[in-house]
Design a protein around this ligand. Structure first.
Ligand code: ZN
Ligand code: CU
Length: 507
């Protein structure tokens, strides 16, 4: 031992699954301050604290690529829903819905109301919101997207039509400012009225700005059922025309008629990836969840109500049973319950598994923390992938699953120094027991924390230990300027491809 180091913490003897996908190996991990300082045999070094991690996995903290935690970060900054599953960074502002920037004239229209009321939409700029998070940090790191719907509702008086030239310019100004303030990109929710009335040109005009700023476009596509193929083609076209990496959010196939079509959609996505930067994420459940809408009810085998403003006691109950009790048809029950939220049993396990198994699929929970009776994905997603799909069914190797939650999203979002266990990386780390890890949250008991997570560190500090949050809030806002361009690898690949195509055509 020629250079004895003194570590703040040594995680001793665990199976290090480093995030890159390579096989796990037994090693000690030495941490100094917020940084992973050394990996190897550290038995001869001293440490202020040494934790025995034998028979446990030591992995990079998980990146939840798809969240609606914008308000939850302020309401419950320890974020037990996420830290209890090993999540150390969250991407917020998805599906076109971001709490900032906003200058809403009144109450937020649906679906902006999924994450808060007018009082919560109080940040005129992304900078004000991110500064607020700096001053009142959460337990986890935050990466913020700017939502199309938030821009629209701020500048348009009527929403169910395409934006005109002046409105598009006003949205562009808001988005530019937001990107300067540190937002990592732009998100759309084209499936949701009234954003569904936005035309391609409007989206391209905005996505283009995010592309110039080395941002990313994350999209809840216009359709995930019968018209999913044109929707994927549109997402790809936005990416090419705006020259921006694209992330297809929560990829899934809705409705019996479309079950099995992930074979087709993944082939299209793979082909598109030859010429453009394209990523996807997914959650490991056969049910989806969003606002209560009749078209989705019709696609589903059964529906659970998660919240209802006029009939709050409906939460957690089956829609068909509610209709029977009300003595009315389903259609009328939907009307009487609205505004409301619901869980829809509408997906096929074979598609869910095939999409999860696809090597480039990342994991995003899409949980909605404000729901009084949330979809279990909020508390269960990451532990479910590791328990159900690694240990129980063997769909994924441990290393492949961890990569989907760590190094892959860090690369896609350009999170420098995160997503890997390597010297010099930030000490965002989860220690878990791969023999027992499992989601406990179910559709009927949706807020139970996962089991098997032993310790979670964010920037070198314990945020979850001994089966509970610690009260520490060392999370940081990861602003765009401080990050790498997202999907730098794929961008490089794209340039190479373009160069090759050019050479070929000149031959
Ligand atoms: Zn969505
Ligand atoms: Cu979402």
């Amino acid at each position: 031992m020629n250079d004895p180091l003194r570590f703040d913490l040594i995680l001793a003897g665990g199976l290090v699954v480093d995030g890159t996908g390579k096989s796990g190996f037994l090693a000690d991990v030495g941490i100094i301050d917020d940084c992973i300082a050394r990996i190897g045999d550290l038995s001869q070094h001293s440490a202020a604290r040494r934790i025995d991690c034998r028979h446990k996995v030591v992995a990079p903290g998980f990146v939840d690529t798809h969240t609606h935690d914008d308000t939850a970060l302020m309401l419950w900054p320890e974020l037990p829903q996420k830290t209890s599953q090993g999540v150390t960074s969250v991407v917020i502002g998805n599906c076109g819905i971001s709490i900032a920037p906003s200058s809403l004239p009144g109450a937020p229209p649906a679906p902006l109301d999924l994450i808060g009321d007018a009082e919560k939409y109080r940040f005129a700029t992304m900078g004000e919101y991110l500064d607020h998070l700096d001053a009142h940090p959460a337990a986890v790191n935050v990466v913020a997207l700017t939502g199309h719907m938030s821009l629209r509702a701020s500048v348009m008086h009527t929403l169910n039509r395409p934006a005109d030239v002046g409105e598009t310019k006003a949205m562009q100004r808001m988005l530019s400012r937001s990107l300067e303030d540190g937002s990592i990109g732009f998100s759309t929710g084209l499936a949701y009225a009234p954003s569904s009335s936005a035309r391609l040109a409007e989206v391209v005009a905005l996505a283009h700005l995010a592309g110039e700023a080395d941002g990313i476009h994350c999209t809840h596509m216009r359709d995930e059922g019968d018209y999913i193929v044109p929707a994927i083609r549109e997402a790809c076209e936005i990416g090419r025309r705006a020259n921006i990496p694209t992330l297809i959010s929560h990829h899934k196939l809705l409705g019996k008629a479309n079950h099995g079509r992930s074979l087709e959609t993944l082939a299209i996505i793979e082909e598109a990836r030859e010429v453009q930067a394209l990523a996807i994420d997914a959650y490991p459940y056969v049910a989806s969840s969003t606002v209560l809408k009749l078209d989705r009810v019709r696609q589903s085998t059964s529906v659970l109500i998660t919240w209802s403003t006029p009939i709050p006691e409906a939460s957690g109950r089956d829609l068909a049973e509610i209709a029977r009790n009300l003595g009315c048809e389903i259609e009328e029950a939907v009307e009487r319950l609205s505004p409301a939220g619901a869980i829809y049993f509408v997906l096929d396990e074979a598609d869910v598994s095939r999409i999860l198994a696809w090597p480039e699929t990342m994991i995003g929970s899409d949980g909605i923390p404000q729901d009084s009776f949330p979809h279990p994905r909020l508390w269960g997603t990451f532990a479910r992938v590791l328990g159900q799909y690694v240990r129980e069914t063997g769909l994924l190797t441990l290393e492949a699953a961890v990569r989907k939650m760590t190094a892959l999203p860090a690369e896609v979002f350009g999170l420098v120094g995160r997503g890997k266990i390597e010297p010099g990386a930030y000490a965002d780390i989860v220690v878990f027991d791969s023999a027992t890890i499992l989601d406990q949250a179910t559709f009927l008991t949706p807020t139970l924390p996962a089991r098997g997570i032993e310790l979670v560190l964010v920037n070198g500090r314990d945020v979850f230990a001994g089966q509970s949050t610690t009260g520490a809030r060392p999370g940081r806002v990861l602003r765009r300027a401080a990050l790498n361009p997202p999907m730098s690898m794929q961008r490089h690949k794209l340039r190479k491809h373009v160069a090759q195509t050019r050479t070929r055509s000149t031959l």
